[in-house]
Design a protein around this ligand. Sequence first.
Ligand SMILES: C[S@@+](CC[C@H](N)C(=O)[O-])C[C@H]1O[C@@H](n2cnc3c(N)ncnc32)[C@H](O)[C@@H]1O
Length: 462
Amino acid sequence: MYSFDLNAPLKLRIDEIQKNEFVFLKLSTELNSTDESINIIFDSLTKKTDRLFFSIDNLIDFPHIKEYEAKFPIAWFGVPVMVGSNQQGFNSDHTVYSNIDSLSLNLFDAQKNQFTDQQKVIPEFNLSGNHYQLGPTIVEFFDRYKLPFAFLKIEGLPDMQQVQYFRETFESLRIKGFKGKIYFSFNNAHLDEWNIKTYNTFSGIQTVHLDLSNKCTHSCVFCGLWGPEFIDEMKSRTDDGVLRPDVVNFMNRQMPYQRAIEILEALPDTVKAVQFGGAGDPLTHPQWLNILARWRARGFKVEVLTNFEYPSKEELDILHELSQGRRNFDFMINVSAATPEVYKIIRPRQSQATFEKVIANIRYSRNLRIRDGYGLTFTMIHIINTHNFREAVKMVELAHELGTGVWLKPLEVHSDIHKKYTIPKEDYPLFQKMMKQALLRADELKVKIVLREFLEAIAGDI
Ligand SMILES: C[S@@+](CC[C@H](N)C(=O)[O-])C[C@H]1O[C@@H](n2cnc3c(N)ncnc32)[C@H](O)[C@@H]1O
């Protein structure tokens, strides 16, 4: 979600907005409605996104609102609605009972009437006084006007009493099974803290993880699905020595394209980040690029867990363009080797050329980033095992050369047959030393180490 509150400029750049990104616009109080710059703002924003929300503090300042409505494809208009102006409520058994604030309905109707397309008008609730009316009034608004969503305006840091009010309101709505989408006004600098204080059930999900594909062509020895020994082990458990059909089905399972888009469309604008990962490689999905592009267009931070062998130069060019925006487009690449020789040992069914291809893909994208000043960001994952722990320093040096971060990730044992890849006791002192050296080298070269504190704990006080 993008916020242009021109009274509290957030230094956001219009050219960073993505096509389907929700943009919240509130004009500076100093701007006059006859000011030509308003036209320029509407024009540039509606050319960037078809999901512009124009928040209006006072409709009296916009006597010609219908002209803006006709001239620019503004998706929604937010109007202020005071709630809690009269009547007493009472509180019993953690459930709040009260009457609807009918004045707020009148206030909203009066403002809606000033628009041509009244479906586009969205209330921005502002609590005044009696908070017992807020919950029932919200429910009535959603029922009566079939609202797609609404805003709750909370200016600045709420005091303890307000926190308590909102906590009670949200709890009573939750008990009633209310499912409407309510967003807080996000020009509140303390929004995250406030969400926690109120146990806010309506702030919405922020991070999503999606598995597109169980397929993978790599053969990482430690993999709990595609590891060659793991597959042999599964075969050995059947009478005829072939994989069971349900296992084969599982290994080939992919999310239908339409499903990936339906999930995307159902997500609220509170989402900030998505990770594509899972048991297989997301880039084995036949429509992976299209899916990533659609998700990226919502303005999310996108993180992809992949071996990064598959993209062609043309696809890397497209990914590079999709990286524009204020949130990162990050590839977490499972390399697990700093040299082609060890790469081949880690992946018996791949060749050393595969390693060269992966490194060339990262290098190519890195060069685009240097050229344009924006681009994909990368983290190389080195899943530490008996074959590769001696390469930790080399991995850091490779990361430095390629401009990536490094995650020296401890091996998870997914099957008993993989236990042999964990560092044996007698090598543990050497392993600790290697991790310590890798950390020191990363400091020298200014390479970012993911979850550094875990490695520091492993390295101990050597
Ligand atoms: C199963 S992989 C699938 C994605 C992709 N094919 C890849 O290799 O990165 C998902 C994530 O788990 C990590 N991973 C795989 N096997 C692991 C293991 N035995 N221990 C720790 N991490 C592992 C990979 O680095 C990757 O980030």
